[in-house]
Design a protein around this ligand. Structure first.
Ligand code: ADP
Length: 620
């Protein structure tokens, strides 16, 4: 069959262009990327052969062979792993298969500097070969299949695929080096690169130099070695390999669990937020090994979604090797490993959060919003997660712990108060906070979407309830103001006048509000809107509307500030008759004003404008 010419997916072309024309100061990492892929390919075949032994018949010794050829100026990397058929080739070496890629490529700006740092987070994998090669040939035959294939490309928009006879199982990648890249033909250089980046690979990496074969790496799984023998650099390189990441790990956790269930964990928390951390699939990323054999990197039962920022491996002694997907689903051993992992990770995070040098803030910035999902989802670990959480507050730009919040609570304060919204800056200005700020009561400023959900699920921290300042009646009467702190409160309107005003507002607004009442939470604003106990908050309602459209709008409670000069004046009017029209206009205008302050749309903008100009006219 003749060669078939195909085009790269647009995203790949864009990526290749950046890879080739910029960027990496350390081009040598292409080798670790290819070795990493080769090692993954061997892992996958070894796992498949557990149930289908004939897949590796005749060749069960997995290895990676690196051959430089100075005369031909080629560097060849071959493995006897799972290999690829035509469909695999076209799909994996013509597109970028990883989830979230479209999003990622959208972020590429064309500004080389910015793009490099983004690609740094993303990793370019196979395509990095084009940093040093002007042409790449991939010869490959998939285990269990007869037909072999060749894939060739110069990395310029197109690649060709053709049948190829006589191939061994696995993949051979031949790189035709660019002019000036001859260093990658020198065995001392290759040896050094392999040692630096790929020593942890559990298979032998054989370097063929001057017709002699030598194994250039330690070829034992890193996590099986003792901690004292592993350098920080080796941990970091291993992290790059398992996580497909380029940053340094923020935290490395390597331990062996012993007792009822035995397993080794080598876990990392990245220092940069992976671009797809909020992808709706919420997949976890730990790789599961059983007795050093790779089983899967897609095992939802291994880790709860709220710890999906973790990378690394878990190697169990106790699970059976011939583990099928179905067996993973209800495996009591696996459940125990999961419990152990969660416990260990949370306690390590707690330690880090108490360590002032631990740079916990950078962790919290990246992953706080993910971890908080645990408050909602992990009933048993809720309190432990709460201990780690940090919050910005009305009194503090630096996120603080709840323990610190409790320490600073005012005498008579009964609850942990919070407000939700999209951004700290806007939330801070909400009139709902006025009364709390006046009394010196600290309020948590919650601005992650998950914050709408967990407080009602959690209920309390160390026996103090969470209470939204946007919901229900404010109950600040028991909080004593400290001496001298309280400004002289303005004289409120008389009770009977307020009653009359509220009655006339209710009459004017009818179904548009659930209730009108006098407010204890306002100091300088005349009115505000609050949600009734048990109704969804206004912020959540907005979020739902953004995501699902057309969520219904339950009527809200309009609270009026009896100490505000405008309200006092209106209340005075309300006592007598004859001001009905003016009070009706005022009621509508004040309701619309409260909506605007909340970030809500005014339902009838025409009527609003007319009333406003009429009021202004009267005033001038
Ligand atoms: P990543 O490894 O991050 O998924 P790559 O671009 O490095 O991205 O590789 C894309 C895919 O191509 C791999 O996921 C794998 O399916 C396939 N692949 C690459 N190299 C090999 C190989 N040596 N053997 C088998 N499959 C491979």
């Amino acid at each position: 069959m003749a060669e078939e010419k195909l085009s790269f997916q647009a995203e790949v072309s864009k990526l290749l262009d950046i890879v080739v024309h910029s960027l990496y100061s350390n081009k040598e990492i292409f080798l670790r990327e290819l070795i990493s892929n080769a090692s993954d390919a061997c892992d996958r075949l070894r796992y498949a052969a557990l149930t289908q032994a004939d897949l590796i018949a005749g060749d069960g010794d997995f290895r990676i062979i690196i051959t430089p050829d100075k005369a031909a100026r080629t560097l060849t990397i071959r493995d006897n792993g799972i290999g690829m058929n035509r469909a695999d080739l076209v799909e994996t070496l013509g597109t970028i298969a990883r989830s979230g890629t479209a999003q990622f490529v959208k972020q590429l700006s064309g500004d080389a500097k910015k793009d490099v740092s983004l690609i740094g987070q993303f990793g370019v994998g196979f395509y990095s070969a084009f940093m040093v090669a002007e042409k790449v040939d991939v010869f490959t035959r998939r285990a269990g299949e007869e037909q072999g294939w060749r894939w060739s490309s110069e990395g310029l928009g197109e690649f060709v695929v053709a049948e190829e006879a006589g191939l061994d199982r696995g993949t051979r990648i031949v790189m035709h080096l660019r002019a000036g890249e001859d260093e990658f033909l020198e065995s001392y250089r290759l040896r050094h690169i392999i040692k630096t980046y790929s020593d942890h690979i559990a298979l032998p990496i054989v370097l063929v130099a001057d017709d002699k074969e030598e194994t250039a790496n330690s070829a034992s799984a890193l996590w099986t070695r003792s901690k004292s023998e592993i350098t920080k650099e080796q941990y970091t390189e291993f992290y790059h390999h398992v996580a497909h990441a380029f940053d340094d790990p923020w935290m490395t956790l390597h331990y062996k669990a012993e007792g009822a269930i035995e397993y080794t964990g080598l876990l990392f928390v990245p220092s940069q937020k992976p671009f797809d951390i909020f992808h709706p699939d919420r997949k976890q990323h730990l790789k599961l090994y059983v007795k050093r054999v790779f089983i899967t990197d897609d095992c939802a039962e291994l880790l709860p979604a709220y710890l999906r920022f973790l990378r690394g491996v878990v190697d169990s002694q106790d699970l059976p090797l011939n583990l099928s997907r179905e067996m993973l689903q209800h495996n009591p051993m696996l459940a125990k490993i999961k419990t152990g992992l969660v416990k260990r990770v949370l306690s390590e995070l707690k330690k880090k959060s108490e360590d002032s040098d631990g740079d916990f803030a950078s962790f919290w910035n990246c992953f706080g919003a993910v971890l908080k999902e645990g408050l909602y989802e992990d009933f048993e670990r809720r309190d432990e997660v709460l201990e780690i959480c940090r919050f910005r507050t009305t009194n503090s730009d630096e996120p603080i712990t709840l323990a610190a919040y409790l320490d600073r609570m005012k005498a008579g304060q009964e609850a942990i108060y919070y407000i939700t919204g999209d951004e700290v800056e806007t939330v801070r200005k909400s009139p709902l906070l006025e009364g709390y700020i006046a009394k010196g009561v600290e309020v948590l400023l919650l601005t992650d979407p998950i914050d709408e959900f967990w407080p009602s699920a959690v209920n309390a921290f160390r026996e103090k309830n969470f209470r939204s300042v946007a919901q229900g009646a404010a109950d600040l009467s028991a909080v004593k103001s400290e001496d001298g702190e309280q400004e002289k409160a303005a004289e409120p309107a008389a009770n009977d006048e307020m009653d009359a005003l509220i009655a006339s507002f209710k009459l004017a607004l009818g179904e548009q509000v659930k209730d009108v009442r006098s407010s204890a939470r306002l100091t300088s604003s005349p009115v505000c809107l609050v949600a009734d106990d048990g109704d969804v908050s206004m912020h959540l309602e907005r979020l739902l509307r953004q995501h699902q459209g057309g969520a219904k709008r339950p009527p809200r409670i309009l609270e009026v500030n009896p100490a505000h000069p405008l309200i006092r004046r209106l209340a005075n009017d309300a006592k007598g008759d004859g001001a009905v029209e003016r009070l009706t206009d005022a009621a509508h205008l004040l309701l619309d004003q409260a909506r605007i302050v909340e970030g809500e749309a005014v339902p009838d903008t025409q009527a609003f404008a007319q009333r406003l100009s009429m009021m202004l006219e009267r005033a001038v």
